[in-house]
Design a protein around this ligand. Sequence first.
Ligand code: SF4
Ligand code: SF4
Length: 425
Amino acid sequence: MTQEAYREMWENLNLDIAAHDGLLGVLGKFYGDIYMSQKGRLQGMEYLDFVLSEVHGLRIKELQDAKAQGRKIIGTFCVFVPEELALAVDAVQVGLCAGADAGKEAAETLVPRNTCALIKSFIGFKLARLCPYTESCDLIVGETTCDGKKKAYEAFSEHAPMYVMEVPQTKTESARALWKAEVLRYMARLEELTGRKVTAEKLAEAIKTVNARRRALQRLNRLRAAVPAPISGRDVLLINQVSFYDDPIRFTASINTLCDQLEERITAGEGVAPKDAPRVMLSGCPMAVPNWKLPYVIESSGAVIVGEESCIGTRNTRDLTDESGQTLEEMIDALCERYMKIDCACFTPNAERLDNVETMAKDLKVDGVIQYALMFCQPYAHEGIKVEKRLTAGGVPSMSLETDYSMEDIEQLKTRVEAFLETVK
Ligand code: SF4
Ligand code: SF4
């Protein structure tokens, strides 16, 4: 379908059409430069290219069709919000990307200037009426994972239908009890919103659906670790980003097809980068669409990214939910257990993240780790110091970078990344 055909739908969603046209223009150009220019991409990536080209078109139309059938749309910003519960009440869950500098000035009327770009972006997109996902949501679910978000949701709730889950900051028994209470409270809210009950049967099916997607992404992560790397880090980042808003069953099937192609490529000894290209792992803050700046800088400097220790990466896919529960209570417990394994920097202490970063760097045989934090992100900047110490002690070179969504520092980032790559090879 052409953009013209979607215009009526965008108008009905009350988007600022002129500003939205501008956004799509920039996004298309950015995508062309960063993705389509890559050589030797797999056929399976065409599916991702299509999904992205239709990100504000066909997928939004699907959401509107789902709404017309009485299904609700749930928007989220964090991997702590259990998608299984939304699926169990036949709702559609979408991750609200917040990876571009848009509506920044408007956002700064609601949150302080020294707020991370991700928070400013989701507020900016809303205030500037740019995001058809945000405008499609019946409920937007936030979580108390950092002070910036916590306070931003208070302001945001005056503009959007917000619900906030309290995520504990420790992993003690009382924290687990709090989390379970929050999961039950959220389940009740979803039931109220949709008029549907979460049954054991529906939840079991939802757990399987989400696990299947995690398994496909785990498989992809295993395959990309081959030498030479058969797929670029940019493409895997895109796959992870798309996993947040595409239909989970369709997405899983497509990624498994892509993995079949990767296996053939590995058997043929083909790679996207030369065998001796520096292997880099990214670690830290998540990168929402279209935040592709740093991966582009790294890979256009001759390295290949072979892993992301991030929520748009292995933190979201490493752990599965136990599928053996028979009763609703057992399944809820299994869900709580699985989500409490997330090693977000919001936890204190958070020793398991250090272990996970080190294990991942060693398993992937990386030449170096680049730690990424958004400016003004306290949790990841703090942990960056610890992670770097741990990696250095284990003989893995690492470098920390802080940046935002602007393009102003791209040359500076390139200089630093190139200098780092010189030292690791
Ligand atoms: S980094 Fe923490 S707050 Fe951000 S998405 Fe991941 S779990 Fe949520
Ligand atoms: S990037 Fe950091 S400061 Fe921003 S929302 Fe995430 S945890 Fe909070």
